[in-house]
Design a protein around this ligand. Structure first.
Ligand code: KPL
Length: 303
């Protein structure tokens, strides 16, 4: 089966190298190029959890190499999703599935409008990976990966699950992928901005649980409107469990701020603020955090 990775960051590189390791055909789509770039093989060293290493070479393709695009796994930063997919609108073969696998929410509506005939899927993963430079990827933790359909032709893509399970470990089909995306969104909306603003690793939340509890409490009415039944205390416990499990890691937003990059705040807290406004719910604490991250981000120089 052919897989195409759009966005070779930590998760994209992990998926690419692990799929290649199980014998799948994988290429990297570089939208900076129309045709296959001159330097067409991208070497990558994958460091596995047991410390062993695996050398991979990934073919690169450009966005006009349409026949080389397979199952398109979109693992870019969320704010890059629409600009990166735009060159494919009206050109991507309608048989190519597009799988959104990014932090945050708010891109699916655009995708459904512009690729109405392609199988469209969303995924959520808690696999851990660290990209130490453009050629080194470290698998840092097993996690769960879930895929689910965003449209009716996406329903036909359950056959992709066993390949991902083989490559990454626990992977399953979800009939409620939107719900799983919301659960991850809540975790990211608490851990990511707090750690970015405090300039601390995820584990710092365990010493400041009252802030976590207050953010969960404030989100609760919106989560009830979304159909979730958990109490604010349960949400708080779930956030703290993730903070505990990833205590020594720096969240992706912390890293974005530390490296002067644009963050994903508009599609995490920004998305929550938009959804809350539609329901007439005010989220002052989340808005304050949003503004603090935007202020830090305004000094960013890199994308
Ligand atoms: O997904 C994450 C992120 O950093 O974006 C968490 C779960 C917070 C782990 O760091």
């Amino acid at each position: 089966m052919q897989w195409t990775i759009l966005g070779a960051g930590a998760i994209g590189s992990l998926f690419a190298t692990q799929l290649l390791r199980i014998g799948q055909s994988v290429n990297l789509l570089d939208t900076r190029h129309a045709q296959t770039p001159h330097q067409q093989l991208h070497p990558m060293l994958l460091e596995l959890l047991d410390g062993s290493v695996c050398m991979c070479e990934l073919p690169c393709i450009g966005y006009r190499d349409l026949s080389a695009i397979g199952n398109l796994l979109v693992t870019t930063k969320v704010w890059q999703v629409i600009p990166a997919l735009k060159p494919l609108v009206g050109r991507l073969p309608e048989t190519s599935p597009i799988i959104l696998l990014h932090n945050g929410m708010g891109t699916a509506e655009w995708l459904l409008r512009h690729f109405p005939h392609n199988p469209l899927l969303a995924g959520v993963t808690s696999c851990g990976a660290l990209k130490t430079d453009s050629k080194h990827i470290r698998h840092t933790g097993f996690g769960e990966t879930w895929l689910g359909a965003l449209n009716s032709s996406g329903e036909q893509c359950r056959e992709l699950v066993p390949y991902l399970a083989d490559a990454l470990g626990h992977t399953a089909w979800s009939e409620h992928i939107g719900e799983r995306q919301w659960r991850k969104l809540v975790i990211n909306a608490v851990i990511n901005p707090l750690t970015a603003v405090w300039n601390q690793p995820n584990g710092a939340l365990l010493d400041r649980t009252e802030e976590v509890a207050a953010l969960c409490q404030e989100l609760h009415p919106l989560l009830v409107k979304q159909g979730f039944r958990e109490t604010p205390e349960t949400w708080c416990r779930q956030v703290l469990q993730v903070a505990d499990r990833t205590a020594r890691n720096f969240s992706s937003m912390h890293q974005d701020i530390a490296y002067h990059r644009k963050t994903e705040i508009d599609y995490i807290t920004g998305y929550l603020l938009q959804q809350a406004e539609k329901q007439g719910i005010d989220l002052p604490k989340h808005r304050q955090l949003y503004l603090k991250v935007k202020a830090l981000e305004s000094t960013c120089t890199n994308e």
